[in-house]
Design a protein around this ligand. Sequence first.
Ligand code: PEP
Ligand code: MN
Length: 475
Amino acid sequence: MASVDAVPNGTNGGANGSGNSSAEWTPSSWRSKPIKQFPEYPDLKALKKATGELDHLPPIVHPYEINKLKENLKEVAQGKAFLLQGGDCAELFSYCRQDAIESKLKLLLQMSLVLIRGTNRKVVRIGRMAGQYAKPRSSPFETVNGQQVPSFRGDILNGFELEDRALDPQRLVKAYNYSAATLNYIRAAISSGIADLHRPLNWELGHVKDSELKAKYSETVKFLQESLRFMRTIGADKSSQLGTVDVFTSHEGLLLEYEESLTRLLENPVYAAEGQTSRREYYDTSAHFIWIGDRTRQIDHAHVEFFRGIANPIGIKVGPTTPVSDLLELLRTLNPDREVGKITLITRYGAAKVRELLPAHIRAVEGSEYRGCVIWQCDPMHGNTRSTGSGIKTRRFDDIFTELQETLKVHKEEGSYLGGMHLELTGDAVTECMGGSQGLDEEDLSTNYTSFCDPRLNEKQALEMAFLVADHYIQ
Ligand code: PEP
Ligand code: MN
């Protein structure tokens, strides 16, 4: 999986057989390319049955919504809005529950209020939700209790329990159903007022030790509460504009069997509404936004081939292993028309490397024909993962914030705009990342460590991070 590039064997047929990226694109043209992280399903008949079922199920998201997100992201690229993206590292099917969905939605809303105040801009919210079920792994096998077993690759591929580690194609259909159920509840909760600004929100951060930070935070919370009270008094909170918000969905577009089945040639509603000649485009209807992970962004490989044909806005993870020269080639392949806001570059170097590596990436893009075209988003999580002495995977709050701070500074120096942040977080009181105002340390990690993949910021740490970033924009 890590070193060998498989060539997919075309269960749906239709591979174009060409190694040339300018060759005709189809939802299945990725099948003719080498691919990383490819699952070798042993039973191809069962795989075909599952993708055949998916082929006939309705889109999970609508092109109208995808276009709406694109309009919002254009504003982010232009420096007029801020993009907040967050959610679990690996979403499990069992997270499809009212309380888990609500707590994440509320947290994203709360963080966005803090960011609106701080950045003085509109905030676009995208959850890593309703489909974040496939995980890239560094090795196809791992050792558990002295036994070699297939690695857990996310609920869409196999199960975490040792007896469920075999690849099961029916999980593709389950993933569709859990995505649809999660998004259904997100939509229902939002349209029923979960995001109403007059709902009481819990702004407690826990015990904030730093008195200056505490004072600033209290001031922001007071400001937000007074604003909300004022809007309630004048009735502005009842206007449809303020009573509801948009939350879009996203996941890593890793499992192309799944993405291909949900990619449909559909009418672009913008052209239809403007009475122009109708225009049909390929929309990946599994989510509003999908991204290419750090391990699958090779230019001549399958993932880039798939992503270059879809109309959705897309992300590309960019890190220490991204050669400067690859960046422009990726942009030219994935966004030849230079649509503003189409591509979000999600940078993740680690606190110790960002200052050294980010400037060259910014200069390559902003010094080219793509100037002003991309969204720069900071993922301060994936370059800052470490293991404790006893082998627990964790991240330090300070490293996460340092990478954000450094990223903000570098963009300021380079004259570019840091348009967003991408966080792994949960609305629950987990103890997976160390630090923050609660001062979680190594001993606290075992209290409530529930992640099956990377460590997430808990609700208080995530809110505090939003506050610290907002404060940075004010200065
Ligand atoms: C992730 O976002 O969970 C992830 C695996 O990130 P990356 O591809 O940047 O390592
Ligand atoms: Mn992760």
